[in-house]
Design a protein around this ligand. Sequence first.
Ligand SMILES: Nc1ncnc2c1ncn2[C@@H]1O[C@H](COP(=O)(O)OP(=O)(O)OP(=O)(O)O)[C@@H](O)[C@H]1O
Ligand SMILES: [Mg+2]
Length: 247
Amino acid sequence: MADENAADNGRVATGIDGLDSVLDGGIPLGNQVVVAGGPGAGKTLLCLEIMYNNAKKGINSAYITLEEQESVVINNFKRAFPAFSDIDGLISSGALVIGGEDVATRIQIGSDSETYSFGNVISGIENIIRANNAKCVVIDSLSLIKLMFGSQSLYRKYMLALSLNLRKLGVNSFLTMELPYTNTSDMVFSPEFFIFDGTIVMYQNVEENKRVFSIEVVKMRGSKHSLSLAPYEITNKGFKVFSINEI
Ligand SMILES: Nc1ncnc2c1ncn2[C@@H]1O[C@H](COP(=O)(O)OP(=O)(O)OP(=O)(O)O)[C@@H](O)[C@H]1O
Ligand SMILES: [Mg+2]
């Protein structure tokens, strides 16, 4: 990532209330972070809020959706966080880009006819990043790639290729990943947790008939981070992480 866009401490802040203190100030420059969680944990909204916060600071940010239509993503984002009044302005100025629908469509159509290779996926992602000079990037999610480009050994190879490419582009990236479980006690380490620089897991434990959200930084290369699970809430003004000051 370009130095002029770097935070003073060599990190990029997420801007999420409470999360940066869990991360000892933010994500180390250039890191690739898996954001994993069960359905409805808030992966998409969390990543959108990070892109929005960075775009507001003048760091061009791109959210690449491989699952939902771009218009649906934007509408859900606006509806969830009505306090974020300048989403349209950031999009029209080019600071915030919501893209990727064509890549997703071509993955789905192309893989049936076997004409759309994983190389095409990488170049589709690269084109969006380069066209917008994005320094912060989300890929939401890795699950479609896993579904379409399949076997375990090939998938690992593809993830390594994606990681190398994001490294070459010099961006900070967040890659969402669906987990088939929601509870802390069921945690399983999947290959993505080893390949990329960081792993953040969003859990939903049920306690006394109520779903309680908590977030954990499982790893973050090149950084100290909190070793505690931090509860979080999703509010009309964005995420709020209740961190314990113990790093
Ligand atoms: N303003 C809000 N206040 C509280 N909770 C909200 C608000 N807006 C959305 N939510 C919660 O956020 C959840 C959706 O978050 P999001 O789409 O980011 O989840 P996800 O982890 O990406 O899910 P999926 O695996 O389905 O993609 C909803 O299920 C709802 O519980
Ligand atoms: Mg999602």
